[in-house]
Design a protein around this ligand. Structure first.
Ligand code: SAM
Length: 222
């Protein structure tokens, strides 16, 4: 891995840690639009357990648990995960929600083909190099069972912020010390190689223009 990207990743981890420590419930308490969508998709597929990546303080993990799913939530901010665990306990959901510190630039600590569903709201558009992003999507593919479903949401290049943020290398942009990537539809398409791409939907969430993507890991018969 390029040392510039290692440094960038470390700096971003510190940035997120400080943001969560400074402002509990940073992303609010209600679920994301993508999590509300994912409930229907996972439910229709008969799935009742979800691996959530980049879960933050757990607004979506807790929402999914309230809908009856078992959720294993990961993030690279311990401050965020502490808040998640505290809320899960407060709501009596700690039997259905577990949380673990994990940086998704490292391999997922999960065996091949053992997970039924992966959910990631506004994680893939964080500060990953193109190679790190491809490696992450390959890891998600590896851990999903055949027929397993991946729902993710990312910022779109149609978001007006994409024009105002400072441009960095590798298609990344920076604002207020936070680094991210705005996705166009062709990047969504590139990341869906090896997958069945079920839907790619543009939508608005607050001020943000987003893409929501649902992909299935093909089974042996497909
Ligand atoms: C925009 S927030 C979204 C949080 C949550 N999904 C939500 O919608 O409330 C992005 C999250 O990704 C996490 N994150 C960024 N880079 C990460 C990495 N390399 N490994 C694990 N988590 C990461 C951050 O700590 C942060 O919690």
């Amino acid at each position: 891995m390029n040392s510039g990207h290692v440094e960038l990743g470390r700096a971003q981890q510190e940035r997120w840690e400080a943001a969560y420590a400074r402002r509990p419930r940073l992303h609010g308490v209600g679920p994301s639009v993508a999590a509300e969508w994912a409930v229907g998709v996972f439910g229709a597929a008969g799935i009742d357990d979800v691996l959530e990546l980049g879960a933050g303080h757990g607004r979506d993990a807790l929402f999914l648990a309230r809908q009856g799913f078992s959720v294993h939530a990961t993030d690279f901010s311990e401050a965020a995960l502490d808040q998640l665990r505290h809320e899960a306990q407060r709501e009596g959901l700690d039997d259905r929600v577990t949380a673990a510190l994990h940086d998704v630039r490292d391999p997922l600590p999960v065996a091949d083909a053992t997970v039924n569903a992966v959910f990631a709201n506004v994680l893939l558009n964080m500060a990953f190099s193109p190679a790190e992003l491809r490696a992450l999507v390959a890891e998600i593919h590896r851990v999903l069972c055949p027929g397993g479903v991946f729902v993710y949401a990312v910022w779109s290049t149609a978001d007006p912020c994409s024009r105002h943020w400072n441009r960095l290398d590798d298609g990344l942009s920076m604002h207020d010390g936070f680094v991210g990537r705005f996705f166009d539809e062709s990047l969504v398409g590139e990341l869906s190689e090896q997958w069945q791409l079920d839907e790619t939907t543009p939508y608005d969430e607050g001020q943000r223009r987003m893409w929501r993507v649902t992909m299935t890991k093909p089974g042996p018969e497909s």
